[in-house]
Write a protein that binds this ligand. Structure first.
Ligand code: HEM
Length: 240
């Protein structure tokens, strides 16, 4: 008798294979690694933008350099494309892990709390979800604005500084406002993300929690200030 035949002689069907599901720890690790990559990009990008305070030429030179990093070892713009693909993978991985973790948390509590207090957890989860949506929409707009220039009023491929200055002209206050909303959303996202990552890494003491909160707040505020200084300086005529 074959191994899969039962006592009555019938052949037992092999159990259907369960789809491979990454564990919650793996998902949190994906969130953390992709989050760190995105934070590194955000800081580098914010620091580069500050070149506009040195002058138009310095900013344009910097923007040109972004396209030639790695040459002559790599052909022109290769590094830029490697970075773009890396960013896209990091964003998709971050969204995938966040969605899967949220679904699992919901499944773990199929019956809703009868009197759910307005706990910080649900507030933070909502903020992260909607903040994430605003950030994704902003990045799409931002690429169409300052990378492909479809939505930019100046569209000067040689002088990215002119595109930035044209963007935040006082009469385009609504564009500036959108940038402010998006950058503040990035700040909230970053603050909560860093704080949650510290918890995932095992941070549990009261004192450690206070410290993690303070570090997360400082990192977020510094980043927001770096980004917002550019539209603020252009709108007020400090730059341009
Ligand atoms: C208000 C502040 C910002 C300014 C002035 C600014 C400026 C720029 C400029 C000039 C470019 C085009 C670079 C080039 O093609 O030469 C660019 C590209 C980009 N920015 Fe920003 N940016 C700002 C905020 C942000 C924020 C908050 C994010 C992310 C949430 C972001 C993400 C990107 C991405 C993903 C690209 C595309 C890079 C590429 O071409 O591959 N930027 N930005």
């Amino acid at each position: 008798m074959s191994k899969t035949a039962n006592a009555a002689g019938a052949t037992a069907r092999p159990a259907p294979r369960k789809p491979v599901r990454p564990s919650s720890v793996v998902l949190k690790l994906i969130m953390a690694v992709s989050g760190v990559l995105l934070i590194l990009f955000l800081y580098a990008h914010a620091a580069g933008n500050l070149k506009i305070f040195v002058g138009d030429e310095a900013f344009d030179h910097y923007a040109h350099w972004l396209r030639t990093i790695g040459t002559p070892l790599l052909p022109d713009a290769w590094f830029l494309w490697i970075q773009r693909i890396g960013l896209l993978v990091a964003i998709l991985a971050h969204i995938y892990a966040a969605t899967a973790l949220t679904r699992r948390a919901k499944k773990a509590r199929p019956v809703k709390y009868a009197h759910r207090p307005k706990v910080q957890g649900s507030y933070a989860a909502r903020t992260m979800r909607w903040g994430g949506v605003i950030i994704v929409l902003f990045v799409i707009y931002h690429i169409l604005d300052l990378t492909t220039h479809h939505l930019n009023p100046v569209k000067d491929a040689e002088h990215p500084s002119a595109n930035v200055i044209g963007d935040f002209a006082p009469e385009r206050w609504y564009v500036t406002l959108f940038y402010v909303v998006a950058v503040v959303a990035v700040g909230f996202h970053l603050r909560h993300g860093i704080f949650s990552a510290a918890r995932t890494l095992g941070q549990q003491t009261k004192q450690g929690e206070r410290r993690a909160k303070a570090i997360a707040l400082v990192l977020a505020v510094v980043l927001v200030a770096m980004y917002l200084s550019v539209p603020f300086a252009v709108t007020t005529g400090l730059v341009g």
